[in-house]
Design a protein around this ligand. Structure first.
Ligand SMILES: Cc1cc2nc3c(=O)[nH]c(=O)nc-3n(C[C@H](O)[C@H](O)[C@H](O)COP(=O)(O)O)c2cc1C
Length: 210
């Protein structure tokens, strides 16, 4: 029985295109793998630890090979809980809106908590950086108001490229993507057509995600 963790980064509930596509993906997946455990982490209703004070000092203690103080250890436990939930999953689904060419700040906050030395990546002077979360597949669903398919627009896309860079850094290189765009810029008919294409892609992708 596999555990699938869906990390949801849109606050728009049923109006969210990335969530609609993620739901189609997970519904199709559930039908094919009814015994699997699917969990959703809604980043808009989940309190994440602030990366400051003793929490940040704990990170630097790890980076410099120093013992954590009691205060830092207590604060760091909240970071470890987020990482433990992530590492317990076998497969990941990210649903991600584009905000200002990048990702919503809640997802950035999640990455800032998740990506930690000796937990999700390692460094040594001889081999450099290595991801520690290898061998798990990711389905990444992106929604954008505009259309970034053309080369001159693609350079502004720091949403998909950033998510892939961050996931690759921690070892997740098997990232299968669905992009739904434009959800706004070309009007409601084009948006509806692109959404229905993405929903069909999601059902298909669920079959190879088993
Ligand atoms: C704060 C904010 C910033 C946005 N910035 C962009 C942007 O830079 N480029 C773009 O194409 N769309 C942008 N949009 C539009 C969203 O990408 C679009 O509505 C998308 O469908 C959101 O995903 P969702 O439907 O899953 O919430 C932005 C929307 C919000 C709320």
């Amino acid at each position: 029985m596999a555990t699938v963790l869906h990390i949801a980064a849109s606050p728009r509930g049923e109006r969210s295109k990335s969530l609609q596509v993620a739901k189609a993906f997970l519904d199709a997946y559930r039908q094919l793998a009814p015994g699997d455990n699917i969990m959703t982490l809604d980043l808009w209703t989940t309190e994440l630890p602030a990366m400051d004070g003793p929490t940040l000092d704990a990170k630097y203690a790890i980076l410099h090979g120093r013992e954590k103080t009691e205060d830092q250890r207590r604060a760091w436990a909240a970071v470890e809980a987020v990482i433990a939930q992530f590492l317990a999953a076998d497969k990941y689904v990210f649903s991600v809106p584009m905000w200002n060419f990048g990702i919503p700040y809640r997802l950035k906050h999640y990455f800032d908590v998740l990506i930690q030395p000796s937990y999700t990546f390692s460094f040594d002077p001889e081999h450099g950086y290595s991801g520690l979360v290898a061998g798990k597949p990711v389905a990444a669903i992106y929604a954008r108001g505009g259309d970034y398919a053309a080369p001159e627009a693609a350079r502004l896309d720091m949403q998909k490229s950033y998510v892939e860079a961050v996931l690759g850094f921690i070892g997740l290189r098997d990232v299968r993507s669905i992009v739904v765009e434009p959800t706004m810029a070309a009007g409601p008919d084009v948006a509806a057509e692109r959404l229905s294409q993405a929903l069909a892609e999601a059902e298909k992708l669920a079959q190879s995600f088993q």
